[in-house]
Design a protein around this ligand. Sequence first.
Ligand code: A2P
Length: 272
Amino acid sequence: MTLHATQTHDSLGDALAAPDSCFAETVTEIEHYTDGLFRFRMTRPASFRFRSGEFVMIGLPGTAPVFRAYSIASPNWDDTLEFYSIKVPGGPLTERLQHIRPGDTIWMRRKPTGTLVIDALVPGRQLWMFATGTGIAPFASIIRDPESYEKFDRLILVQGCRHVAELAYARGLGASLGDDPLVGAFAAGRLQLITATTREDSAMTGRLTSCLADGRLETAADATLDPATDRAMICGSMAMLNDMREALQARGFVEGSNARPADFVIEKAFVG
Ligand code: A2P
């Protein structure tokens, strides 16, 4: 179900003025995928700049607002900002955020940051992006940025989820990219989306770490994950980051950062 800005609704109290440290933006679109996942778009402040893959802190208006880190899922050329979120029952932000409607106000801190940026990687030929759950959000930005295709010959986006229904956002991205007038031509034949599930059978069943260890990921990508030519980004839970980091390091990949670009970078996905 997608709601657009033309629909009327009872606003979530947005009469409060935003603090100087924040932009106050308007929700334009919401789409719910499952009981636990949704995405939304909001207006973008004219002065707001970010690098595809970065995150910002967002919150809802209130006297004691709770802010959480959210990767920006839209690319840096986009007029609006997209976010992909889980709904945590009783979660300090998402319990309310999941009920937003077009026209509601969201506060966003002014400074974006993050390590999942192409600048934090040394040049390479193939970019692998490994995500579990909402960890796909920064990669949704990167695969829609033409610059990613200028820097890499091939982009391979791998998402692991518990259930097939949780792959809906990734599949929607793949489908919409083909028709995208700006990025579609870049992505054609150069972007591959590979999905895996752990608690329901699908084309690839198992954790990303297992699918990498037993060779299924490389077979599906028809590529070898090799530090001589490949670069990687990882976004997921702490346990997933640790295990994937170990797997990449075992193959000779060196972890990088904004200050010291190298072969791969990691960032924790938004959780609460
Ligand atoms: P699993 O179902 O085996 O726990 P979550 O919703 O808990 O963040 O998990 C999202 C996906 O990440 C699930 O498919 C889950 O698999 C998987 N996952 C959890 N921990 C790891 C890990 N250490 N390495 C790889 N994948 C993981």
